[in-house]
Design a binder for this molecule. Structure first.
Ligand SMILES: NC(=O)C1=CN([C@@H]2O[C@H](COP(=O)(O)OP(=O)(O)OC[C@H]3O[C@@H](n4cnc5c(N)ncnc54)[C@H](O)[C@@H]3O)[C@@H](O)[C@H]2O)C=CC1
Ligand SMILES: O=C(CO)COP(=O)(O)O
Length: 337
């Protein structure tokens, strides 16, 4: 049994904390909203993020970082990408007090907009590898709502330090949750972040009334551009055929549980982005990632036409149908080059 601190009381942090508590670990779930902390401790629910779900009674929610982090062995970041840096800075003073530095794990899916850094890179700038060791990332096809129902789920645990990935694999694994290890952190993080952008596209075409051929074409060509972008950053192309690549792309582009897909679907039906995001009340990572990847791909000289098109729709007022026509009418080319 390990003491594990989960940072983030949203849907994914709550479900991962619950799973680890079910596995017999001492779980402290930290969040920045006192009302949610009280609800979790008193009612064992987190209704805004997970309706009709009862949280394991052994899980303790903390608003106090000192209590959450005291003698912890694993710190799991499950806040949105845009909060990773500030949360890492917030916990640094407490981690330096730990006798043994905990293993750092994250489960977020995005790219930091300002720096274009992957999440493990952001963490390393605040919590350096020399002191805290290699970060582990867990990622794969996994909606919180489905894990809540104990749907059989498989993920990847990736770290440059395989022994750390294996430790995390063992902590999380149970009869409905299975992890595979990988050492390609770049590939896993890029697959995780970029699939959200393609899922917005899948939602848009659904909202516009296109059918299964369109969805399959978008997902396949989306995977091609995710792979191109990732390989340019040093990823192993094989990673994109794994759980954190095509696996997560499938679930996010086809599930009504996906916030990214739902946001795209509502845009396809004619709603405005600001209204869609306000109604969602939860993070839609692909909106920011589209912007980060659009500019980063330009700098890297990588072609990402679907992401560019979604960027233009989200940020430049591109008409949806005209955007699709523009994509379809690009110069003809070979499928693989
Ligand atoms: N929900 C899901 O099924 C899955 C989500 N993820 C990823 O996990 C990450 C978190 O997503 P969700 O839990 O779904 O988001 P959410 O929108 O359900 O909740 C976000 C949580 O982060 C908290 N938060 C935001 N800024 C904060 C800050 N500065 N300090 C402390 N807490 C802060 C909010 O209060 C909220 O509790 C995202 O990167 C998402 O892509 C990954 C796999 C599955
Ligand atoms: O990453 C996810 C599923 O694997 C969650 O996707 P959404 O953020 O689109 O809900």
């Amino acid at each position: 049994m390990s003491k594990i601190t989960v940072l983030g009381t949203g849907s994914w942090g709550t479900i991962l904390g619950n799973l680890l508590a079910e596995n017999g670990h001492e779980v402290h779930l930290w969040g920045n909203n006192p009302a949610v902390i009280d609800e979790i401790n008193q009612k064992h629910t987190n209704n805004h993020y997970l309706t009709d779900f009862t949280i394991n009674q052994s899980l303790v929610a903390d608003h106090d970082l000192a209590a959450a982090l005291k003698d912890t062995e694993v710190v799991l970041f499950v806040v949105p990408t845009n909060a990773i840096r500030s949360v890492a800075k917030e916990i640094l003073p407490y981690l330096t007090k730990c006798e043994n530095p905990p293993i750092l794990v994250h489960a977020a899916k995005g790219i930091e907009l300002k720096t274009k850094l992957r999440i493990s890179e952001v963490l390393k700038t605040i919590l350096p590898t020399e002191k805290f060791g290699e970060v582990v990332v867990i990622s794969g096809p996994s909606h919180a709502e489905d894990v809540a129902k104990r749907d059989l789920t498989a993920l990847t645990a990736a770290s440059k330090d395989l022994s750390r990935a294996q430790k995390i694999q063992r902590l999380f694994g149970n009869e409905y949750f299975r992890l595979y290890t990988n050492t390609d952190v770049v590939g896993v993080e890029i697959g995780a972040a970029l699939k959200n952008v393609i899922a917005i596209g899948a939602g848009i075409v659904h909202g516009l009334g296109y059918g299964d051929n369109t969805k399959a074409a978008l997902m396949t060509r989306g995977l091609a551009e995710i792979t191109r972008f990732g390989v340019k950053l040093g990823a192993d192309p094989l990673t994109f055929s794994g759980l954190s690549g095509v696996g997560d792309l499938i679930v996010t582009c086809t599930s009504v549980n996906s916030r990214n897909w739902r946001a795209g679907n509502q845009l396809g039906q004619g709603q405005k982005l600001a209204d869609v995001l306000e109604q969602m009340g939860q993070v839609v990572e692909g909106v920011t990632t589209a912007q980060a990847v659009h500019f980063e791909a330009k700098d890297l000289g990588v072609s990402v036409p679907i992401t560019d098109s979604i960027y233009e729709i989200l940020y430049e007022g591109q008409d949806l149908k005209e955007g699709i026509v523009k994509l379809m009418n690009r110069d003809l080319k070979a499928e693989f080059n």
